[in-house]
Each structure stands twice: as structure tokens, then as C-alpha cells.
Design a protein around this ligand. Sequence first.
Ligand SMILES: Nc1ncnc2c1ncn2[C@@H]1O[C@H](COP(=O)(O)OP(=O)(O)OP(=O)(O)O)[C@@H](O)[C@H]1O
Length: 573
Amino acid sequence: MKTFVAMDKQREIEQEKQRRERLEAEEEDPSYRTVLLTTFVIRKKRCRVYFHRGALIWETERSPYRRWTLSLTDVLTASFSNDRNSGGTINETFRYRERDSIGSNSSPSTNGSTNGALGFVLHYAARGSKNKLSHHSVTMKHDDPRQVASWVKTLRNYITNLRHRPRKILLFVNPFGGKKKGLEIWEKRVQPLMNLAGVEAKVIVTERAGHIHDYLMSCELGSYHAVVCIGGDGTFSELFNGLISRTARDRCIDLNEPDVDLPRPDIPVGMIPSGSTDTLAYSLHGTTDVETAVLHILFGDTTGLDVSSVHSDRELLKIYASIFSYGYLGDVIRDSEKFRWMGPQRYDYSGFKKIIANKGYEGEVELLPETVHPAACTRCTKNCSRCDFRMHNADRTDDIPNTLTVKGKFFMVNGANISCACSKSPMGFSPHCHIGDGCVDVIIVRHTSLFNNIRMLLRLTSKEKTLYDLPFVEVYRAREFTFRATSSEPSETTSSSFESCVEAVEASNGERSEGSLGPGSRLGSSAISVWNCDGEVVDASSVRIRVHRQLLKVFTRRMQAPAPKGTSCFCLL
Ligand SMILES: Nc1ncnc2c1ncn2[C@@H]1O[C@H](COP(=O)(O)OP(=O)(O)OP(=O)(O)O)[C@@H](O)[C@H]1O
């Protein structure tokens, strides 16, 4: 209890400090003190428009009186509008994809020339349902081009002074992941918005697995403000593994050292989802919507994301951001690679096979659990107090009791860095998991009946229920844990008759079966599984997992509570 009171107090002090720093910075910025007041025509109505202290406020001059506010932190850009004809229907609220011209360099939005413009277009983002952000725009008309020019200049100056917004981005596009739409997403949905916001992107289309990692190890990074990928969780994993390896090399840090503190990259990272599950995007933004992810990047707000290192006895195997999972999910990811041609459906197919097979794996988990059970914590959303507190406070060890050992036969063992929610599992493995508290949620599912496996799967697809209270599931929150496979009885866990039949059919169709690696092969043995590490296979029977608190700065405004009705949006005029 005392700890919580101290946490609240500390948080208040931190927030007050940040507020004062922000105010001081704003006082020094001349564009912040600028006041503009002009009457514009907006959607055929005369409106008084004010700009002051980073906010646009406008209100109708005549009845019915209405007033709206829009923070410039939600504005992408202001551009001159020379389109006199659009005055007939001044309703300019539209989605950018409905206007081909937006984003092209010849568009009046980006050419910077006033040409005696009698209006300007404000491009901004508005919240929709289910955490989605979308691009809107509105035209403000005025008879005097000098007024228009003054407004555009002031708004642009203000936006340029938002220094946390990236201006130059290194962007990797994976054309292969998910439904293979990475390139199309770049061309049709990302590039137009980036052009509009005046962001320069150096685009690398990946040619093979490992391309991002290799590129990051050798490229010049100093001129970029962000490194971003269009891809799934596997692509993002390659990106931050490469970035951390690069940072370690530049700082002469040996990542294979088991007690190493991973180096913190200076450059923020972003992810535009185009994979099969896109767990990370869903857990961060509350949606896998592409436009939302792009806007989060363009607005430049970042949050600290924990990552966990996975070491074997001798070396660093991988760093992960979402989940590290042994047993069932390891089997699924290994099996599903053979069925990539199915697209995202491959997970359903392999998942079904492996549920029916119901294999159990002997092992031993050792961890340092926190005293608080994950279910007793708040959920991690925008302005999360737990993550805020952990960001500014060193780890306390006095609230950790002794090491805990859990032995047995497991259906799966998971270390979740984030809730692992996705569209198919809206609550995820651990809905109360925090993205930046320096902990993983260790979710241990005992080997049990097929009926219970199905109960667990149903829970995973539920919008309300969690795994926490299932009698064969144990959940702990820890800063590190180890796992050692102890299986010695391959005969107990060899393929079930169902799986043998399916594998025989697959073999006759030319699909390589796991058993085809031959006797004695570890992959061929069912007694030991593999790990699913952010969607990629890691083969190791003894591992140590350590969390590195908020190591990555990732672009996100996080998911928020639903927008109250009647909030500012030009389309309501
Ligand atoms: N041109 C390419 N050809 C083959 N593989 C590639 C290519 N470019 C990237 N890859 C690899 O493809 C793998 C899978 O991509 P990704 O994880 O983004 O998609 P996914 O597995 O469909 O989605 P998710 O991880 O969200 O389920 C990555 O590990 C990446 O290294």
C-alpha cells in the first residue's frame, strides 16, 4: 500500500516537473505566443477562427452557435488552396485516399506557393471508433490572400517547431509477409501521407530474411530521425534486433555476455502493420489500421517499450518485444512455416493440428516473481501510471521475495512482454501486461486434457474473459526467468495418431514433415519443443530471459478511451 502511495506522489511530482518544463519551452518559442484572429468561411458558414497557444478554436458567427477546438499536435500540415470552385460546396472534409492529388509533389498542398490563394487547407487527424485515427482536411476561405498567407506561415512555423516529429525516415518494406501487400501499402497508403507531411523517406524493399539486420549493421544512421518498417512482427523484430546489435557494436558492448545491459538505441522506431497477426501494432495502438500507425509516426509521440533478451549458456539468441513461447505456440510457428502459401490462415491450420495433438513438454521454470499478481494491476493504456513510474525509478529489489521454481509437464510456457492482443484475441495472453514496466508476464499452461485446451482457446478469443483464473494456468510477473527442458521420455510424446495421419497426407502432397528430419534430430523429436520468438522459430532447450526496461522508443500515442460524442471535428459543422 505504502509503495502505491509513494508511486502516486512520485508520479505527481514528475508530472508537475514535466508540465513546468513544457511551459518554459513554450514560453521561449515565439510561434507559441502568436495570436491570430480572422473570420473565415468554412463549409458555407462564417466562422471566427482563433489561433493561440498551440490550439485552433473556431466558432460560428451566427446561430446555431457552435465552437470547436483542435490542437496543432493533431495537425499534419496547412497548405494553400487555389481551388476557387470548391467554394460552392465548402464542405472539404474528405478522406485522403478519395483525392488522388494529395501527396503528389505538384499538389497545391505541398508546393509552398501562395499564388494569391483565397484559402488554405488544414490537414489533421481525428479519432474514430476502435482507437483508429484517420486523416481529414478542411478548407478555410478568405477574400484577402495576405490573411491566408499569414495563417499558413504561422501554422507551418508552429508545426516545424514540433521537434519530436520525424522529418527524415529510414523505411524498410517487407513485400513478403502477411498477405504480401507491403509494397502496395507503401505506395497507396503510406507514401501519400508522408509526402503530405513533408517527410523524406529512404525506402529499402527487403529481398530476403536478414536483409534489415545486415543493412542496419552497415548503413549511415546519423541523418535519420526514425527507423520504420512496413511488415509484421517478424520484420519489426529484425529491425530492433539489428538496431540494438548496431548500437552494441558502435559502443563496443558484447551482447553474448549473459548479464549484459543491452544498449539503448538513440533513434526511435516505428511499425506499420502488414503482417499476419501484427500483435505489436494491436497491443500498442489498439488497432492494426495502417493509417493510424502512419499518423502515430508522423506525429512523433513515442513511448518506452520493454524488450527481453534470450540467452543460452553461451550466447545471445534473440531479443524479443512481444512473446517468447515454448510448446504449443512453438510447434505452431514451426509447422506453419511450411504453409506460408496459405497466408495468415496457416496459423489456424497448424493451430488446429497442434491443439488436437495435445503434446506436453517436461520442463522447469525458475523466476523472480513480483508480489503483485498481474490481474491485480491496471491495464496499460495511454499515460499508464505504472510505466511512467518505472521509467523514472530504479528497480527495487526489496519487493521481490525468493526465487520460485515451477516444474512439470507443460502445454506451453510463455514470457509476454506486451498483452499480445490481436484481432483474433482482443484481450491477448495477458491483458494486464505493461509495455514499459520492466517486467514480463510468465504464463504457464500445464499439460492437461484436450477439453481444457479448447477452453483455453475460447478464453483467448473472448472480449472479456482472461486466462488468469483457469485452474491449469499460472501467471507470474517477473523481471527475468529461466527455462530448462527436462524431457527424457520421447515415447510419451511422439506424434499422436491424428497428427501422424495428417503428416502422412501432407507428405504425399509434398509438404516437409517435422519428422522427416530423421531419427535423432532434435527438431524431429516431439519430446522437446522449440520457441516462438515474435513469430520466428528459436531452437534452444535451456534459456535465460531478462527484461530491459523501455529500451526502445517506439512511435505510438497508445490506445485511448473512446472519444466522447461531439468532440472537435470539422465534419460536424
Ligand atoms: N523478400 C523477402 N523474402 C523472404 N523473406 C523475407 C523477405 N523480406 C523479409 N523477409 C522475412 O519474412 C519474415 C516474415 O515476415 P513478417 O513477420 O513481417 O510477416 P508474417 O510472419 O506474415 O507476419 P506476423 O509476424 O505479424 O505474423 C521475416 O522474418 C523477414 O525476415
